[in-house]
Design a protein around this ligand. Structure first.
Ligand SMILES: NC(=O)c1ccc[n+]([C@@H]2O[C@H](COP(=O)([O-])OP(=O)(O)OC[C@H]3O[C@@H](n4cnc5c(N)ncnc54)[C@H](OP(=O)(O)O)[C@@H]3O)[C@@H](O)[C@H]2O)c1
Length: 284
């Protein structure tokens, strides 16, 4: 390790966040590992000279600022932010309550925004930094039963992609990570909330879909420790990717979406291209 950086990771008490913290420490970096319960983070990661654990609920802007201040007080800077914390509100659109939709957005979208808003002034002052955001293949491809989750992740994609040129002049980069299925605790009841079945029309598909999703828990192909090591390697490269498909299923999802978009652009090319005012110059 030649280039020691200071990382701040959200949701580090279990799942990918724990693995990313371990991998960054193993690579010789310092890490501020955060979670709603700081003690749980310490227990998950273990003691380390270059580790600071701190309480950080991504939905609480004041608490976020306190944790970011503690990070800077301890290590003097923040080089890599990993927006990792997230959860999954599953169900058919008509059965997910407005409150659960709000809650999904509060954690998966507004959470990363809260944390990034607190970290960017530190990175701007340094004139360097990398904002890593864990999105999902559900941020690239939508699917049934995932309207709330996909909406939150698609929103993250648009946010990060638009933030990129805003902060580039300050030497700050962004990196979206789109994991496929990884064996974490995401599909357990600690992280997934299934909508209450209320509409008979959906009852049978709900039963089948919940059975399929719960059956996947513990059997996902992706190894989060491998993802974490690869992420640390990419974050340390000269040109971290703007988007990184994590997992063979994610590569497939990227390809499928890219081909679909090309086909959709092509399908009505003539009609799509015929919508300008007749008196407008062709390149306006
Ligand atoms: N596993 C996959 O297959 C997969 C695929 C695509 C994307 N992802 C994304 O990967 C990220 C990590 O998920 P995971 O798979 O590691 O799931 P996980 O094992 O369930 O871990 C989720 C983490 O998020 C934390 N969290 C939830 N709400 C929070 C809040 N308000 N403030 C702070 N932390 C909060 C949890 O902390 P608590 O212990 O306090 O609940 C936990 O540490 C998520 O953004 C998820 O959407 C996962």
């Amino acid at each position: 390790m030649t280039d020691k950086k200071v990382w701040l990771v959200t949701g580090a008490g279990r799942g990918m966040g724990t693995e990313i913290t371990r991998a960054a420490l193993a690579a010789g970096h310092a890490v501020v590992a955060t979670g709603r319960n700081a003690e749980r983070v310490t227990t998950a990661v273990g003691a380390h000279d270059d580790l600071l654990t701190a309480a950080l609920d991504v939905t609480d802007p004041a608490g976020v600022q306190t944790a970011v201040d503690a990070a800077v007080a301890r290590f003097g800077r923040i080089d890599v932010l990993v927006n990792n914390a997230g959860n999954f509100y599953a169900g058919f659109f008509e059965e997910i309550t407005p409150e659960d939709y709000q809650a999904q957005m509060e954690t998966n979208l507004f959470g990363p925004l809260n944390v990034t808003r607190a970290v960017l002034p530190v990175m701007r002052a340094q004139r360097s930094g990398l904002v890593v955001t864990i999105s999902s293949t559900a941020g690239i491809v939508g699917q049934e039963f995932c309207t709330a989750y996909a909406a939150s992740k698609f929103a993250l994609e648009g946010w990060s992609e638009s933030l990129t040129p805003e902060v580039a002049p300050f030497g700050i980069r962004t990196m979206l990570v789109e994991p496929g299925f990884f064996r974490t605790e995401l599909l357990t009841q600690d992280s997934t909330r299934y909508a209450e079945p209320t509409i008979a029309d959906y009852a049978e598909r709900t039963r089948q879909t919940v059975t399929a999703w719960t059956g996947m828990n513990g059997r996902q192909g992706g190894d989060p420790a491998k993802l974490a090591r690869a992420l640390v390697q990419l974050a340390g490269s000269a040109e971290p990717p703007l988007r990184w498909a994590a997992g063979v299923d994610a590569v497939g999802a990227f390809e499928q979406k890219a081909q679909q978009l090309l086909a959709q652009a092509d399908a009505h090319r003539e009609l799509s291209s015929s919508l300008a005012h007749d008196d407008t110059p062709a390149n306006a």
